[in-house]
Design a protein around this ligand. Structure first.
Ligand code: 2RA
Length: 339
């Protein structure tokens, strides 16, 4: 058990859910510190039966802290993580800053739990669009080795934080009264629209969000030969990222075999009955921790691959839940060593 844990970024969209998860999942700790920038210092946050005052995120804030869960912008993580590690804490970090650092494991507990054994103080949690895809692909990769993936995402506005959801609401309200709400968070008005750009130009016309899916997936599976062609799209949905995935495996799988592998996998729920109009949709996955798959079928264009549809709550498994699960994994591993 960790005596003192800290959450950095408690007031953000993901931070709020981390707090809910710590309570819901009965994460073992004695004391919880909430740390944030000057703007939030002194604010009171209800956590289960406790009310906790937010303290300033500064170099001395991590004295006696054993474990940190952090959901902050990259530049904040770049600075504070060293303070925490220096004070002896382990940091489970949600930002993109550390994910591709060779010394930092990038962990999805259902996929590569043993990667946590090799940390030097920081453990990274992947980007939401990567996390749900690797949870779904992991059982296929284990059984038949994934060679190539073509993925299109349909990403919720909450991926851009509370401000993203506010912009969607304002944009819908203004559109319905015949006005155009000026886009601030997104590149274009999001109401009744789809925006095929998440992040900035990164490589050969692909965006930063798309290249995260490539690099992070390879790191998590420990296989640089996996070829991935992603297209990331922002859609006017508040919670729940959806992905249309075509996967080719070294040993071709039938749709029935893939379905059985999905059914047996940890963290995956199959919802797949086209005749009964049953398939995963963001509205149904909101507030749930699993990755949902459906529309599982063979690729009829001749790749020998499997096509499927995958939905997950981007704030939960895509962020908060994965971070808390990493922390739980650390607790279990420490208990196993000491017993
Ligand atoms: C998004 N994947 O949806 C990002 C958040 N990490 O914008």
């Amino acid at each position: 058990m960790y005596e003192t844990i800290a959450l950095v970024g408690a007031t953000g969209a993901v931070g709020r859910i981390v707090l809910e998860q710590l309570v819901e999942r009965k994460f073992p700790y004695k004391r919880l510190k909430l740390l944030a920038s000057e703007r939030s210092v002194g604010k009171e946050v209800r956590v289960g039966d406790e009310t906790i005052k937010i303290e300033l995120l500064e170099p001395n804030a991590f004295k006696h802290v054993d474990l940190v869960i952090a959901s902050t912008p990259d530049e904040v993580s770049a600075e504070f993580a060293a303070w925490a590690v220096e004070a002896g804490a382990v940091v489970v970090d949600e930002s993109a800053f550390w994910r591709m650092d060779d010394k930092v494991p990038l962990v999805v507990p259902e996929v590569n739990p043993d990667a946590v054994d090799h940390h030097s103080g920081i453990i990274a949690s992947p980007n939401c669009s990567t996390t749900q895809m690797v949870v779904a692909l992991a059982p296929l990769h284990k059984a038949a080795r994934v060679k190539r993936v073509v993925v299109s995402t349909y990403q919720a506005t909450s991926g851009a934080g509370i401000a993203g959801n506010e912009e969607l609401k304002d944009s819908v309200r203004d559109s319905l009264s015949g006005k155009v709400h000026p886009a601030k968070v997104f590149q274009h008005p999001i109401a009744f629209n789809l925006i095929p750009q998440i992040g900035s130009r990164k490589y050969e016309g692909y965006t930063s969000e798309e290249m995260k899916m490539v690099y992070e997936t390879r790191k998590i599976f420990g296989d640089d030969d996996i070829q991935i062609c992603p297209t990331c799209v922002r859609v006017p949905v508040m919670i729940g990222h959806s992905e249309s995935i075509l996967v080719e495996t070294e040993r071709p799988l039938t749709a029935a075999e893939a379905t059985e592998l999905f059914r047996a996998a940890d963290g995956v729920t199959v919802v797949d009955d086209l005749d009964a109009m049953q398939y995963p949709m963001p509205r149904d996955c909101d507030g749930k921790d699993d990755v949902f798959v459906g529309r599982i079928r063979k690729d009829i264009s001749g790749s020998g691959g499997i096509a499927f549809w995958c939905v997950s709550d981007n704030l939960r498994k895509g962020a908060a839940t994965n971070a808390v699960q990493i922390a739980e994994l650390l607790v279990r591993k420490a208990a196993a060593v000491s017993s």
